[in-house]
Ligand binder design. Structure first.
Ligand code: NDP
Ligand code: 8X3
Length: 252
């Protein structure tokens, strides 16, 4: 049987990890990336029987590392069928007038430029092979802007625009481009946004049933199992209790 390969960025946690596991269950060998090597190594032990995992530790902001590692993949890993651009986070939740420029740099550099670097390293082979699927994990924050979301929302609006641009430019090559835009998903996301403040992070997911990383992974699974002539171009997925970026029906 021909080897099928999926590369998932940010596979050490949350949505990325769930995507790696579900794609492995669907017969893909996995290239898993992130900065935390121990977690990537641990993921190897969770692979289903017969599936392989190649861990690659790099920061998506490090352009040189991205092109060095992804440009020199070992022979059996070169032809990537599915790229899930998932690595990303919010850093801070502050009004624009008091926002921290280090947070702004992180969000633009990781969520936008990191996604671009990884894509640029992978897309040429997809074009040559005239095949492949790119799934960009955007956000409801890429469809709406909410108070204090300023730069994070900007970064995710950019992901939405870049996704649309990729779909147009890669159309002649038969490469599928999919944008998935989740609302509130309980992961380490809020812990990162609030810089390790567990109490504040937990509160985000209290009083209603948030989405789980597995819910997003199951959508990825559905997307990649569509026949060749079908692409789910743009998907917004919310917890049932969430009606918009700012409207969540919480039990008081
Ligand atoms: P997590 O914090 O659980 O996971 C984030 C992942 O991104 C980790 O694996 C982390 O790996 C990786 N990552 C972060 N920064 C970098 C970096 N500089 N270089 C390489 N990898 C990096 O959050 P989620 O799973 O929730 O987030 C995944 C994606 O989903 C993000 O793009 C996020 O914006 C998006 N999203 C999340 C929502 C939510 O409510 N949770 C809703 C909508 C979208 P490591 O730290 O090991 O590098
Ligand atoms: C993550 C969801 O609402 O915190 O992108 O922006 S939200």
């Amino acid at each position: 049987m021909e080897q099928k390969i999926a590369l998932i960025t940010g596979a050490t946690s949350g949505i990325g990890k769930a995507c790696a596991l579900i794609l492995a269950k669907n017969g893909y060998d996995i290239i898993a990336t992130g900065r935390r090597t121990d977690r990537l190594e641990a993921l190897k032990n969770e692979m289903p029987e017969g599936r392989k995992l190649l861990p690659l530790t790099f920061d998506v902001r490090d352009k040189e590392a991205v092109f060095k590692l992804l440009g020199n993949l070992p022979e059996p890993w070169k032809n990537i069928d599915i790229l899930v651009n998932n690595a990303g986070n919010a850093h801070g939740l502050d009004p624009i007038q008091t926002g921290d420029t280090a947070d702004w740099d992180a969000m633009i550099d990781i969520n936008v430029k990191g996604l671009l670097y990884v894509s640029k390293a992978i897309i040429p082979t997809m074009c040559e092979r005239k095949s492949g699927t790119i799934i960009n994990i955007g956000s409801i924050a890429g469809k709406e802007v909410y108070p204090n979301g300023n730069v994070y929302c900007g970064s995710k609006h950019a992901v939405d625009a870049i996704t649309q641009g990729m779909r147009i430019d890669l159309n002649p090559f038969g490469v599928k481009v999919i944008g998935i835009h989740p609302g509130l998903v309980e992961t380490e996301f809020s812990l990162v946004r609030f810089k390790g403040d567990e109490e504040r992070a937990e509160k985000i997911y209290q009083g209603y049933e948030p989405l789980l990383a597995q819910d997003i992974a199951e959508i990825v699974e559905f997307c990649v199992n569509r026949p060749p002539h079908v692409v789910l171009a743009d998907i917004v997925v919310l917890p049932t209790a969430q009606a918009s970026a700012t409207l969540v029906n919480k039990n008081k």
